[in-house]
Design a protein around this ligand. Structure first.
Ligand code: NAD
Length: 418
């Protein structure tokens, strides 16, 4: 058997190539869109609490900015690599295009273990990283946001650092900020709310009654925990298992999501949650359920476990959770996959609203945000479904065909400079 592609950038390029073939893109257009436009690597010192100086490596990659300023989150993790950031930047380009918001794609990351750093160390590292990448970021050029292990406070430090250098406040340089400094109502929940919309639409297409559906969610951070809560509270789904990095908890009768949220906050882990069976993250993906929502990290569904997935519907809340090989296996088994570039686009959609509000200094009410989000997500789901029916392909290819064509059109119109 051939070695499975798991390098995230190779996965992203393979997905793009498949769409480019179907669209019949020219060789020159392919060459342009396959490569990130800019890649910045920064190595920088940070003084730790014990007085030692440690060197950190960070990245900011802009994949394509032909449809608008670059947009994409910042990830703090020991696993961050240039290829991971490149892949995530490319996925951001397609994601913004698939939901039709005027941004290009970018991503950033720092190789670090934020769980083993004090708050003061994290703040110094964040501020120094923000300074290092300030040659790229700005409200008109590149607007970061939260991703794995980064949160509104970290966005606040980046906004403050950038503003200190300029001498006045520039809230529109970053999204996902706390409300007090120009954040948006609804941003914290936005990615999960988008997950809720596409899950509801896909269930309807598959004649699945939400109240009869059991759901497994991998990852209990911003996206996973709020998705579990909204699916339980607003669609009446039965959440049978959830997990974090320490492993999963399973109860076929249902997990009390609100209690799990409180428990996770209090203990910093789901481990030991009462009235549930402990399962590993690998076992979790193979549990009997109707809907599986990977909401943690890349390469969770692979050629090794795809045949044992029991769910009928997979909602990719994480970026890149399915390898191309697993994708083919799941498709052959009749599993419907709502792809990441559509499923988790609610986050960047409300980030767009936050940026617009910051630029206009005019803020909207939460119900306006949620209504606009709802309409963009359901309209985008519908467009992807129609494209996949028309082209007789799965939803992932439908989303890629829409997105890549939009980016290619913008690139074609702008032309090759000079
Ligand atoms: P987060 O840091 O808030 O939460 C991540 C969760 O995953 C945590 O519960 C963590 O314990 C768990 N986790 C980490 N490593 C794991 C492992 N090896 N196995 C199982 N679980 C593990 O991050 P988040 O913002 O919720 O992001 C999750 C995913 O959603 C990422 O793929 C991210 O790129 C994607 N995403 C996030 C946003 C957003 O707005 N935050 C938007 C779009 C996509």
């Amino acid at each position: 058997m051939a070695v499975e592609i798991v390098n995230p950038y190779d996965v992203a390029v393979a997905q793009f190539d498949e769409a480019a073939d179907r669209l019949g893109l020219s060789q020159s257009m392919r060459a342009i869109l396959r490569k990130p436009k800019r890649e910045l690597i920064v190595n920088f010192p940070v003084r730790m609490d014990n007085g030692d100086v440690e060197m950190f490596t960070g990245y900011r990659v802009q994949h394509n900015i032909n449809r608008g300023p670059a947009k994409g989150g910042i990830r703090f993790s020991p696993e961050v690599s240039l290829d991971e950031v490149r892949a995530l930047a490319m996925w951001m380009t397609w994601k913004c295009a698939v939901v039709g918001i005027p941004f290009g794609g970018a991503k950033g990351g720092v190789i670090c273990d934020p769980h083993n750093m004090s708050r003061a160390e994290l703040e110094r590292m964040t501020r120094r990283y923000a300074t290092e990448i300030s040659i790229l970021i700005g409200p008109d050029s590149d607007i970061p946001a939260p991703d794995m292990n980064t949160n509104p406070q970290i966005m606040g430090w980046i906004m403050d650092t950038f503003s200190m250098h300029m001498g006045y406040s520039i809230p529109a340089v970053i999204t996902g900020k706390p409300l007090a400094i120009g954040g948006s109502e609804g941003r914290l929940e936005a990615t999960a709310r988008g997950v809720l919309v596409v899950t509801r639409e896909a269930m309807q297409d598959l004649d699945m009654n939400p109240a009869d559906c059991s759901v497994v969610v991998q990852g209990f951070g911003n996206v996973g925990s709020i998705s579990a809560r909204l699916l339980h509270d607003e669609l009446d789904c039965n959440i049978v298992a959830v997990s974090d990095i320490s492993g999963g908890i399973y109860n076929p009768k249902g997990i009390d999501v609100h209690r799990a949220l409180r428990y996770s906050k209090e203990h910093g882990t789901l481990k030991g949650f009462p009235d549930s069976e402990a399962v590993s993250n690998a076992e979790l993906l193979e549990l009997p359920c109707d809907v599986l929502i990977p909401a943690a990290l890349e390469n969770q569904l692979t050629a090794r476990n795809a045949t044992r997935v029991k769910a009928r519907l997979v909602i990719e809340a994480a970026n890149g959770p399915t390898t191309p090989e697993a994708d083919h296996i799941l498709n052959d088994h009749g599993v419907t996959i709502v792809p990441d570039i559509l499923s988790n686009a609610g986050g960047v959609t409300v980030s767009y609203f936050e940026w617009v509000q910051d630029l206009q200094r005019f803020f909207w009410a939460e119900h306006e945000i949620n209504n606009r989000l709802e309409s963009i997500m359901s309209r985008s789901y519908d467009a992807v479904r129609r494209k996949s029916e028309e082209q007789e392909c799965n939803l992932r290819m439908g989303a890629y065909l829409l997105a890549v064509a939009r980016v290619a059109e913008a690139t074609e119109i702008r032309g090759v400079y000079p």
